[in-house]
Design a protein around this ligand. Structure first.
Ligand code: GPK
Length: 829
C-alpha cells in the first residue's frame, strides 16, 4: 500500500460530484462509466474502466482549476508562460491520483467494485509529445510550477501523432505511428471559442492609417489555431495550472471562398494542408531538420500563444503597455524564438504601437534557455525560406538586427568581424537567420541547464554576447519531479522513505532526504533497501521477459543506459566494454566476474543511420552473448523496446548502475542521470553536464568517475586527435573492434558494422577510443564494489539522501527568483 501520497490538504470537500471520499469516488466512477461510456461494469472493457477513472479524476481537477483561475484573476498575479514545442507528459492518471492524495482511497474504491487499479492505470496511452530530455523537462517544470503555486501556463502544439512507437525487428529499430488520440483523450478540454488566425506566405504593403504609415501583411494562407486545455494539478495543493496546446485547422472563411467559386476540391486540399501543421512531432532530438513544416509549426504555436496572452492582458487592463509586467515568457530552446519577432509584429501591426515602446516590452518579456552546444543542433533558417513563409516577421528580424548591430558598433568601435559574428543574419553560408542570436538579443535573461553548460555557453557559442551583456547570463541546473520519478515510478521506495523519515514531507521538499545519511550504516535499512531494489528488478525482469525476450536474473547487477541513441552519448562505448568482458570470459572461462545484465533503452531519429546501426549492434551482441553456453548467464544484454516515460518508470527503480558516459562538454545537463540516482543507482560517468553537480552532491567516493575533461577533450581535438593510435596501443580495444568486424555478431557479415568501426578508428568525433581504457578499468572497480553489498547499499542510500538539489522544485524556485521574478499565489478552494 502506498501511504506516502495521502494528503489531508484536500479533504473536507465531500460533495459527491468532486469529492475525494471512497464512496464519492466509487459513485462518480460508476456514473461516468454509464453516462460517458454507456456501459455497466458487467459489460465494460478495461479501456472503458480507464476512461471512467480518468473522467472521475478530471472532474476533480476541473473543480480546482476553475478556482485557481479565479484566484489568479483576483490577485492579478504575474504569470509565467512556458513556450515549448514539446511536452513529454507521460501518463496522467497515476500522477493525478498522487497529486490529489487519493491513491489509497481510489485503490480501495476499485477493490469494492472488484477492479484492480494497477490494471486500469496500465490502459493509459501516454501523450508522447516530445523527443527526450527537453520535452520531459518541460513536463517536470509544469508539475513543479503547480506544486509551488506559481501562476503559469504551458503553451505548445497538440500533435496528432507524437513520438513514434519503437519495435525491434531482426535487431533493427522499426518505427510505428503513435496514434495516441485514437481512443480519445479524456484529460483535455476543447475550447471552441478560443481560436486565433495565423498568417503564412504572401507579401506586405504599406498603408496610411490616419496619417500613420503602417504595414499590412497580405498572406496567401491563414490557418486557425484552436485551443485544447489540460489541467495540471500540483502535489498536495489546490493549484491547478493550464497547459494549452494548439491544433491547426482551416479557417471557415477560407473554405467558403473556395467553395463559392466552385472549387470544392481546392477547399478540401486547403483544409488538409492547414491541418498538417499540427499533424506530427518531428522525431529529431538534437540535429535540426530544417524543414519548412517545422518552421510553420514553430510560428503557428508561438503566434497563437502570444495572441492569447495579449488578448487576456487587453481584456483585463484595456491596454497592452504593461504586458511584460504581467507575463514572463520563457523560450524552451530556440524552437519558439520567432516569438521575439512575432510579439513585435503584434504590438506594432495589430495594437498600433511604435517601434521603441514595443521593443521595450519585448526585450523585457522573454527569457531564453539554451539546451545544447552541438553545432548541428543550433537552429538556423535560410533567409529565403524564412521570408517566403513569414515575410512580415522577417522584415522585423531585419529591423531588430539593424538596431542591435548599431549598438554593437557603438560599443566595439571598428570591430566589424565581431559585428559579423554577432549578427542575427549569418552571411557566411548562404544567408541564414540564427535563432539563438535572435533569442539572445530579444531576451532579458539567457540561461544554460547545468553549471558547466552555462559556463560553456558564455565562453563558446554566445561568448560575444556575454562580452556585451554579462549580466544577462544565468545558470539554472535542471531538475526532475520526485512525484513522478520516485512516488509514481517506485512506490516501494517511496513507502520506505516515508517510514524511515517519519513523514512524507520529502515529496514536497526533497532536501529532507538528507536525514537518511544518519541511517546509511543501519543494517535494518540495508535489508529493506535491498528488498525494495530486488522487487523492482523482479518486476523489470518479468516485463523484459515478455517484451524483450530476455529474463535477466534479478540477482545480477543491472547496468542501465536509457536515453536517445546518439553518438555523443556513446552507447557504443558501453558496447565495447561488453565485448571486452565477453572476450575476457571466452579467454578465461574461470574468470570470476560478478553476473551483470546490460540493459539499453532509447529511440534513434529515423533518419540517423549511425544511431540505428548502434541499436542493431546492441541487439546483435545480445543475441550472441545471451545464447553462448560458455557465458552461462554471467553476462546478459537486453534492449528494452519503446523507451518512453511509462517504460522509463519501469527502468529507473530497477537500475543498480546508471551509465552517463557522454564525451565531456557535449551533454548540456542530462536528466536521466538524476532519475537513476534518485532511485538508488550509482553512476558511472564523465565530468559532463549535471554529472559534475551530482558527483559534488553525492561525494566522489559514491560515484564512478572516468574520462577526459571537457578541456582535455578540447585540447586533444585542437592538436589533431588520432583515434587509431588508441587502437594500436590497447590490445583489448583492438580485439574488441576486430571481433565486431569479424562478422561474429552479424552471421558472418563483415561489412554490416564497418561504417561504425571505421568511423571510430578514423574520425571518432566523440573520442570513444580515447576514453575506452579508463572506462573499462572503472567498470572493473564497479564489479569489485558490487561484491561488497553492504558498502554498495551504503553508497546507494547516500546517493538518494543527497539528491535534494535535483528536484525540479529547486529548479523552478531558481527560475522564479533569478529570472521570472514571480511569487506563489495559493489557490483558495
Ligand atoms: C537538448 F538541444 C536539445 C534538444 O534539441 N533536445 C534535447 O532533449 C536535452 N536536449 C539535452 O541534450 C540534455 O542534456 C538536457 O538535459 C535536456 O535537453 C534538458 O535540458
Amino acid at each position: 500500500m502506498n501511504t506516502v501520497v495521502q494528503s489531508d490538504l484536500l479533504s473536507g470537500h465531500e460533495h459527491t460530484r468532486t469529492g475525494l471520499s471512497q464512496a464519492a469516488l466509487k459513485q462518480a466512477f460508476i456514473d461516468n462509466l454509464f453516462y460517458l461510456q454507456g456501459r455497466f461494469p458487467e459489460v465494460a472493457t478495461p479501456h472503458d474502466f480507464y476512461m471512467a477513472a480518468a473522467y472521475t479524476l478530471r472532474d476533480r481537477l476541473l473543480d480546482r482549476w476553475v478556482k485557481t483561475a479565479r484566484s489568479y484573476k483576483h490577485s492579478q498575479a504575474r504569470t509565467v508562460c512556458y513556450l515549448s514545442a514539446e511536452f513529454l507528459l507521460g501518463p496522467h492518471l497515476v500522477n493525478n491520483l498522487i497529486n490529489l492524495g487519493i491513491m489509497d482511497t481510489a485503490r480501495a474504491a476499485g477493490e469494492e467494485l472488484g477492479l484492480d487499479l494497477d490494471a486500469i492505470v496500465q490502459e493509459e496511452e501516454e501523450p508522447g509529445l516530445g523527443n527526450g530530455g527537453l520535452g520531459r523537462l518541460a513536463a517536470c517544470y509544469l508539475d513543479s510550477l503547480a506544486t509551488l503555486e506559481i501562476p503559469a501556463i504551458g503553451y505548445g502544439i497538440r500533435y496528432e501523432f507524437g513520438i513514434f512507437d519503437q519495435t525491434i525487428e531482426n535487431g533493427w529499430q522499426v518505427e510505428h505511428t503513435d496514434a495516441w488520440l485514437r481512443n480519445g483523450n479524456p484529460w483535455e478540454i476543447y475550447r471552441p471559442k478560443l481560436r486565433f488566425p495565423v498568417k503564412f506566405g504572401g507579401h506586405t504593403q504599406q498603408y496610411d492609417d490616419d496619417g500613420h504609415l503602417r504595414i499590412r501583411w497580405i498572406p496567401d494562407l491563414v490557418i486557425e489555431g484552436r485551443a485544447y486545455d489540460t489541467p495540471i494539478l500540483g502535489y498536495g495543493v489546490n493549484n491547478a495550472n493550464l497547459l494549452r496546446l494548439w491544433s491547426a485547422h482551416a479557417t471557415q472563411s477560407f473554405n467558403f471562398q473556395s467553395f463559392n467559386t466552385g472549387d470544392y476540391y481546392g477547399a478540401v486540399r486547403a483544409k488538409v494542408e492547414a491541418e498538417t501543421i499540427s499533424k506530427i512531432l518531428y522525431p529529431n532530438d538534437e540535429p535540426e531538420a530544417g524543414k519548412e513544416l517545422r518552421l510553420k509549426q514553430q510560428y503557428f504555436f508561438v503566434s497563437c500563444s502570444l495572441q492569447d496572452m495579449l488578448r487576456l492582458q487587453f481584456n483585463t487592463t484595456g491596454s497592452v503597455e504593461k504586458f511584460h509586467e504581467k507575463y514572463s515568457v520563457q523560450l524552451n530552446d530556440t524552437h519558439p524564438a520567432v516569438a521575439v519577432a512575432e510579439l513585435m509584429r503584434l504590438l506594432i501591426d495589430d495594437y498600433k504601437m511604435t517601434w521603441d515602446p514595443a521593443w521595450e516590452i519585448t526585450r523585457h518579456t522573454f527569457g531564453y534557455t539554451n539546451h545544447t552546444l552541438l553545432p548541428e543542433a543550433l537552429e538556423t533558417w535560410s533567409v529565403e525560406l524564412f521570408g517566403r513563409i513569414l515575410p512580415r516577421p522577417l522584415e522585423i528580424v531585419y529591423e531588430i538586427n539593424r538596431c542591435f548591430l548599431d549598438e554593437v558598433r557603438m560599443r566595439f568601435l571598428g570591430d566589424e568581424s565581431r559585428v559579423a559574428r554577432m549578427s542575427i543574419i549569418d552571411e557566411t553560408q548562404g544567408r541564414r537567420v540564427r535563432m539563438a542570436h535572435l533569442a539572445t538579443v530579444g531576451s532579458f535573461a539567457v540561461n544554460g541547464v547545468a553549471a558547466m553548460h552555462s559556463e560553456l555557453v558564455k565562453s563558446t557559442i554566445l561568448k560575444d554576447f556575454h562580452d556585451l551583456w554579462p549580466e544577462k547570463f544565468h545558470n539554472v541546473t535542471n531538475g526532475v519531479t520526485p512525484r513522478r520519478f520516485i512516488v509514481a515510478a517506485n512506490p516501494r521506495l517511496a513507502t520506505l522513505l516515508t517510514e524511515r523519515l517519519g513523514s512524507d514531507a520529502w515529496v514536497r521538499d526533497l532536501s529532507l532526504l538528507r536525514s537518511l545519511e544518519a541511517h546509511a550504516d543501519d543494517t535494518g535499512l540495508h535489508a529493506d533497501w535491498q528488498a525494495v531494489k530486488t522487487a523492482a528488478k523482479e518486476d523489470l525482469s518479468n516485463w523484459l521477459g515478455k517484451h524483450a525476450g530476455v529474463t535477466p536474473d534479478p540477482a545480477s547487477l543491472f547496468d542501465v543506459q536509457a536515453k536517445r541513441i546518439h553518438e555523443y552519448k556513446r552507447q557504443h562505448l558501453n558496447v565495447l566494454h561488453i565485448v571486452t568482458l565477453y572476450q575476457r570470459l571466452k579467454a578465461n572461462p574461470h574468470l570470476d566476474l560478478p553476473p551483470r545484465t546490460f540493459i539499453f533503452g532509447g529511440k534513434a531519429a529515423p533518419g540517423y543511420f549511425m544511431a540505428k546501426l548502434i541499436i542493431k549492434l546492441i541487439n546483435s551482441v545480445a543475441e550472441v552473448i545471451n545464447r553462448d553456453p560458455q557465458i552461462n548467464g554471467t553476462l546478459r544484454v537486453a534492449f528494452m523496446p519503446d523507451f518512453s516515460v511509462k517504460n522509463g518508470q519501469r527502468l529507473y527503480p530497477a537500475a543498480d548502475l546508471s551509465e552517463q558516459i557522454s564525451l565531456a562538454g557535449k551533454e548540456a545537463s542530462g536528466t536521466g542521470n538524476m532519475k537513476f540516482s534518485m532511485n538508488g543507482a550509482l553512476t558511472i560517468g564523465t565530468l559532463d553536464g549535471a554529472n559534475v553537480e551530482i558527483r559534488e552532491e553525492v561525494g566522489d567516493e559514491n560515484f564512478f568517475l572516468f574520462g577526459l575533461t571537457a578541456e582535455q577533450a578540447q585540447r586533444h581535438q585542437a592538436q589533431g586527435y588520432r583515434p587509431w593510435e588508441f587502437r594500436h596501443e590497447s590490445e583489448e580495444l583492438r580485439s574488441a573492434l576486430d571481433l565486431i568486424d569479424s562478422g561474429l555478431f552479424s552471421h558472418g557479415d563483415k561489412e554490416l558494422f564497418r561504417p561504425l568501426t571505421n568511423s571510430l578508428i578514423q574520425y571518432d568525433p566523440f573520442m570513444v577510443l580515447a576514453d575506452y581504457e579508463h572506462y573499462v578499468s572503472r567498470q572493473s572497480e564497479v564489479g569489485h564494489a558490487w561484491r561488497d553489498r553492504e558498502h554498495w547499499n551504503r553508497m546507494s542510500i547516500l546517493n538518494v539522501a543527497r539528491m535534494g538539489k535535483f528536484s525540479s522544485d529547486r529548479s523552478i524556485r531558481d527560475y522564479c527568483e533569478q529570472i521570472w521574478k514571480v511569487q506563489p499565489a495559493p489557490a483558495d478552494v
